[in-house]
Design a protein around this ligand. Structure first.
Ligand code: PLP
Length: 225
């Protein structure tokens, strides 16, 4: 199946209000251009250096979403152009994004990453850490970031009941945080969840941004890196 065929299949499955982040990490520019020509505009990358090279060499109207683990000392390289950072996992990182956004004369949209999986390796706030960070209110002084919602990754398992429960718990937390802190903030409306193997479950649980890579571009070749 070609990239454009795969893309069209995913688009047709998306309900109104759910957007696709085409995760192009480890795939070359030609693959991104094929998706671009088919009409895809949002691409997700997880490495700063790789996203910078692609941003510099690909069409300017691509929206680049950073979906990986972001180190504070690298924020400055993507601040001038990134359109959404999915993986904010500490107040320290949020403050650094704010600082670099101010330097770039921008307001950068961010999602708080919540740890919902059972695996230990996934980054993110626990629900309580997130509640506590918000309750401390320091984030309210950051005028160059805009909190737009939450992001999470389910456990990598074939047990789709568990995946469904994890996504539902993230949606519940989103509702709680929305009503506690963001009732007058219509931009706090994004729930980034769902990858190639679980985006159907994520959509059922209320996802607004699915991050799909291998289902569109094929398997990633890590050996070249
Ligand atoms: C790589 C990645 C994806 C896409 O994974 P696929 O299984 O290829 O769809 C989605 N989200 C994050 C955070 C990723 O790192």
């Amino acid at each position: 199946m070609s990239i454009s065929t795969n893309l069209k299949q995913v688009w047709e499955e998306l309900p109104q209000g759910v957007r696709l982040v085409a995760v192009s990490k480890f795939h070359p520019n030609e693959a991104i251009l094929e998706a671009y020509r088919a009409g895809q505009r949002i691409f997700g990358e997880s490495k700063v250096q790789e996203m910078n090279v692609k941003h510099d060499s690909l069409p300017a109207d691509i929206e680049w979403h950073f979906i990986g683990h972001l180190q504070s000392n690298k924020v400055k390289y993507i601040a001038p152009y990134v359109s959404l950072i999915h993986g904010i996992d500490s107040f320290h990182l949020l403050a650094e994004v704010n600082k670099q956004a101010a330097k770039a004369g921008r307001i950068i949209d961010c999602l708080l990453q919540i740890h919902i999986a059972q695996e230990e390796t996934k980054f993110g706030f626990s629900p309580d850490e997130c509640r506590q960070m918000l309750a401390e209110k320091q984030w309210q002084a950051l005028t160059h970031i805009r909190l737009c919602g939450l992001m999470g990754m389910a456990t990598n398992t074939d047990n789709m009941n568990q995946v469904q429960l994890e996504f539902t718990s993230l949606h519940d937390l989103f509702n709680e945080i929305k009503t506690t802190w963001f009732t007058n903030a219509p931009w706090f409306c994004e729930l980034s969840m769902g990858m190639s193997h679980d985006y159907h479950e994520a959509i059922q649980a209320g996802s607004t941004l699915v991050r799909v890579g291998s289902h569109i571009f094929g398997e990633r070749d890590y050996s070249a890196h």
